[in-house]
Design a binder for this molecule. Structure first.
Ligand code: ADP
Ligand code: MG
Length: 274
């Protein structure tokens, strides 16, 4: 499907790329508790196809929980989530369980929305190639031959094809994270999630991962990311969401959030010394 060309959002700092106005992620009034601890309170957010959204906020503000709700690694207690034609409504039934979710729908959603974790989470007993072919074979039913073709394509894309036969323990953190990105891409998802993808890396390894993420943004992939790399967030994002104790404090373009917001805690978060 070709995407209509569109003019850059006003004030956006990022490189120009084509994106549509089509909403691909819509979270409405998401509520999440862990026991008595309320972590997300009525969080709503919208993401258009081909855009990059970065979630920022203090430690413990619910960023990871929100991202994990997007592919149902955590199940919201309440709210609605529409992602790439999957529509889910969360509600507690009388026994406290979740109604309205069937396993097939969860699996479909998970193959449309894939995640890259802070700690890479590669399977240590599988080679690089094995890590990338596993989910396409097991979840999407691809043949080994087809999964290998796809895996090689994405390993090449992240510059890790030469290490296809290595085990994760023999790779640097930056290399492992690039493999994890290839693994997420190999599912050919509609939306990519990144939870602090460079926070566990040695400083000299950060840029190789950011440049892969930047190139994915440039090719028009829809991404939601949590990062503390503020300069990077500002450069690649179409939308910044500041999460404040489980609520959306501010959402807007990088210019709106980094320069113009009057939200006091957001200002302090962005410029703690100022
Ligand atoms: P962030 O990613 O913004 O640092 P998190 O979403 O990880 O925040 O956590 C938000 C809050 O939820 C924190 O108080 C954290 O301790 C709590 N929390 C996160 N995961 C769990 C869990 N599985 N069980 C209980 N509490 C959790
Ligand atoms: Mg987190």
């Amino acid at each position: 499907i070709s995407q209509p060309q569109e003019v850059c959002l006003e004030g956006r700092a990022g490189p120009s790329r084509s994106s549509s106005n089509r909403v691909i992620v819509e979270a409405s009034n998401i509520v999440k508790h862990y026991g008595d601890l309320a972590v997300l309170h009525d969080v709503s957010l919208r993401v258009t196809e081909g855009s990059v959204t970065t979630i920022i906020g203090a430690s413990g503000s619910g960023k990871s929980t929100l991202l994990r709700c997007m592919n149902l690694l955590e199940r919201p207690n309440r709210g609605e989530l529409s992602i790439a034609d999957e529509h889910l409504r969360f509600d507690r039934d009388s026994r406290g369980g979740l109604i309205g979710l069937d396993r097939r729908q969860i699996q479909r959603l998970r193959s449309k929305v894939t995640m890259v974790f802070q700690q890479f989470n590669l399977w240590p007993h599988l080679t690089v190639l094995g890590n990338v072919t596993e989910a396409p074979m097991r979840v999407k039913g691809k043949s080994r031959r087809e999964a290998t073709r796809i895996a090689e394509h994405y390993l090449e894309r992240v510059g890790m094809l030469e290490r296809a036969d290595s085990y994760p323990a023999f790779l640097s953190g930056g290399q492992q994270q690039r493999v994890a990105i290839a693994r997420a891409l190999a599912m050919e998802p509609r939306v990519l999630l990144f939870d602090e993808p460079t926070s566990a890396l040695d400083p000299e390894r950060v840029s190789e991962v950011l440049s892969v993420i930047r190139s994915l943004a440039d090719e028009g992939r829809t991404m939601l990311m949590v990062t503390h790399e503020m300069a990077f967030a500002r450069e690649v994002s179409d939308q910044i969401v500041f999460l404040d104790e489980g609520r959306v404090g501010v959402a807007g373009s990088p210019a709106e959030v980094f320069e113009q917001t009057r939200h006091e805690r957001c200002r302090r978060f962005i410029a703690p010394a100022a």
